[in-house]
Design a protein around this ligand. Sequence first.
Ligand code: S3P
Length: 171
Amino acid sequence: MNKNIVLIGFMGTGKTAVGEILALKLNRTLVDTDQMIEEKTGFTVTQIFQRLGEQYFRDRESEVICNLGQFPPGSLVIATGGGVVLREENLKLLSQNSTIILLTASPRAIMRRVSKTGQRPLLAGPDSAEKIRIMLLEREKYYRNYLLRIDTTGRTPRQVARKIMGYIGNR
Ligand code: S3P
């Protein structure tokens, strides 16, 4: 398959963990956009949100996505940040030469996974569960058009990766 695989989805749906396994299995390079932003700026995502603000982060995110065009098509598995869908231009660029796969999870599973790391500035502070509920509602409109979707609730990253391999094998 000469298309990149792009994983999108809310925080805690397993994009990076699944991406790592997929990249290994398919012998491709994993690009994690959050990690690229951290390398580019020298700050962690949390530091960027705290010191420079969300707008700054979103601009770096769009830049990183723009730069992905330099890689040969089909060479990448791309794990995006959950907010990548907020800018239409990001999705336009990402969908060129790519198969976009949406990962989903129940609010409870998301809560469980994100509370393990404490690295999500948008969910920091009290009442993360309510923040997740509200953000999922707000973002539903961005996610609903994606037909290739996998509910990761109760599945390991390995199981999700296997499902994706099944999808792309049949395309
Ligand atoms: C964000 C998701 C995060 C990261 C940043 C903002 C979002 O990535 O990009 O904290 O707006 O949903 P993950 O989805 O990998 O946690």
